[in-house]
Design a binder for this molecule. Structure first.
Ligand code: CP
Length: 313
């Protein structure tokens, strides 16, 4: 199939075939990062700006590496360094950046809908690097890539997503992507951190972690999004860790070959123990590695590169 989209705002807007095309394209890009010279000329002459209004380690770094490995020119702008601190709106800031003839803007913002607002008003391609509680499409894509790499498929797998479902853009994007690709998704967490209508998204809901651990091929653990919680949702972090934190003892009844995932940043001792984070089932660092390949694929497809995706070493 041919790629026709100009923006990547969320996974609602992508068909199953488009998601699969991104995953396939990423497969060919993954090898580039293992070369001595980690660079292909696919986006030579293109300019990509990263506009991050929220902190980030993995997403920002891997987008920048992805762009550089495709030979694009990159500029990295953090919120504190922009004139939004002097009252300029996000839209005006983005319009001014676009006026310098940039081809693509990657944006992360605490408010849901900011990437959509920019896409409506700018000519440049927009990529959502996380907006509020709503979407984190490239995180879900790299998670799906990692699952497919491990199991050879996504269809028919049981995936448990555990934690602060209410405030998690990673959970929402993964639910949309994984169900489109035929996975059976169960969400699990405290009732206060569970959206009331979550089952309308095509998932099962459980409040019993042991039950979810037993049935899952893949368990995705989420951080408590304390920065987005506007009231007290939990008696204490300790209570949460006792009830919903995953440790080695709780994994005793897990399926053989269960895969443990986490988008990061992790809070060791809260949503998972250190021995689980670093243990034999964890693919957390594989997720990070795959983030570069997925973001290379997204940038390559959106900028309609005419050069072949991968030039042989
Ligand atoms: N998973 C993720 O979005 O991590 P960062 O906040 O470090 O980008």
């Amino acid at each position: 199939m041919e790629w026709t989209k100009r923006h990547l705002l969320d996974l609602e807007g992508l068909s199953q075939e488009e998601i699969e095309l991104i995953l396939e394209t990423a497969k060919s890009f993954k090898e580039v990062s293992t070369r001595d010279v980690k660079k292909v000329p696919a986006l030579r002459g293109k300019t990509i700006v990263m506009l991050f209004f929220e902190p980030s380690t993995r997403t920002r770094t891997s987008f920048e590496l992805a762009a550089k490995r495709l030979s694009a020119d990159t500029i990295n702008i953090a919120a504190g360094g922009t004139s939004t601190t002097k009252g300029e709106s996000v839209l005006d800031t983005a319009r001014n950046i676009e006026a310098m003839n940039v081809d693509l803007i990657i944006v992360r913002h605490a408010s849901s809908g900011v990437p959509h607002l920019l896409a409506k008003n700018l000519q440049a391609s927009i990529v959502n690097a996380g907006d509020g509680c709503r979407s984190h499409p490239t995180q879900a894509l790299l998670d799906m890539f990692t699952i497919k790499e491990r199991f050879g498929r996504i269809e028919g797998l049981n995936v448990g997503i555990v934690g602060d479902i209410l405030h998690s853009r990673v959970a929402r994007s993964n639910i949309i992507g994984l169900t489109k690709l035929g996975a059976n998704v169960t969400v699990c967490g405290p009732s206060t951190l569970m959206p009331r209508d979550i089952e309308t998204m095509g998932v099962k809901c459980s409040y019993r972690l042991e039950e979810v651990i037993e049935q899952s091929d893949c368990l995705m653990l989420l951080r408590l999004q304390l920065e987005r919680q506007t009231q007290k949702f939990l008696p204490s972090i300790r209570e949460y860790a006792k009830e919903f934190g995953v440790n080695k003892a709780k994994l005793a009844k897990a399926k053989k070959g269960i895969v443990i995932m986490h988008p990061g940043p992790t809070n060791r001792g809260v949503e998972l123990s250190a021995e689980v984070a670093d243990g034999e089932y964890s693919v957390i660092l594989d997720q990070v590695t795959n983030g570069v390949a997925i973001r290379m694929a997204v940038l390559y497809l959106l900028l309609g590169a005419k050069e072949p995706a991968v030039v042989l070493a």
